[in-house]
Design a protein around this ligand. Structure first.
Ligand SMILES: *[C@@H]1O[C@H](CO)[C@@H](O)[C@H](O)[C@H]1NC(C)=O
Length: 186
């Protein structure tokens, strides 16, 4: 496979191998690739400087991926499955995929290989976006595995849509351990 396609999170093959089931850890990449997080932060800062709304978009992308947190929202359609990009709650709503692909390419370069998962990139990009826009920082536990498949039906069913009722919004956030205060903030 060409290096350019390996670097893209939108391809199913962009998964991280050889990570066992371990608890997530903010220092997951400290040894394997100390340059990963600074590189990621730099690309997010550049993207937000050009288009401040991109910071909000990258946070929204993480939120919509995180009814799973596995990078499945990044996957394009394949003959084997229909991806989540055109699911009802995502279409005309989530954006920033090209920034994620740019981060993935830069991080792969900095790490000399496919070290950081796309799911972790989405999670850290959301944090770095919040910080770039003047918000608070927080630790992001890392070590997520990337999905190798996606489900449009599950995305349709589980991601709360802007048209959902308050009761439905509150219950779907509660199912992910998020409070009504979290719901309002997001
Ligand atoms: C998901 O929702 C979209 C938009 O309403 C619809 O076109 C699509 O058929 C749905 N997909 C599934 C698998 O139900």
């Amino acid at each position: 496979m060409a290096p350019s396609s390996l670097a893209r999170c939108s391809f199913v093959a962009a998964f991280v191998a050889a990570i066992g089931a371990q608890p997530l850890d903010p220092h997951f990449y400290d040894k394997a690739c100390p340059a990963a997080l600074p590189t990621l932060k730099r690309i997010v800062e550049e993207a937000v400087a050009v288009d401040p709304r991109m910071g909000a978009s990258l946070l929204l992308l993480h939120f919509h991926d995180c009814f799973g947190c596995d990078g499945s929202i990044l996957l394009d359609d394949t003959p084997l499955f229909t991806g989540e990009k055109k699911a009802a709650p995502n279409v005309n709503s989530v954006r920033g995929f090209e920034v994620i692909d740019r981060i993935k390419a830069a991080v792969n370069d900095a790490c000399r290989g496919n070290v950081v998962s796309c799911a972790d990139i989405v999670a850290v990009a959301a944090r770095d976006s919040v910080v770039a826009l003047g918000g608070p920082s927080y630790d992001v536990p890392l070590g997520r595995r990337d999905a190798r498949t996606a489900s449009q039906a599950a995305a349709n069913a589980s991601i709360p849509a802007p048209t959902s009722s308050l009761a439905r919004l509150a219950s779907s956030f509660a199912s992910r351990g998020l409070s009504v205060a979290d719901l309002v903030a997001l």
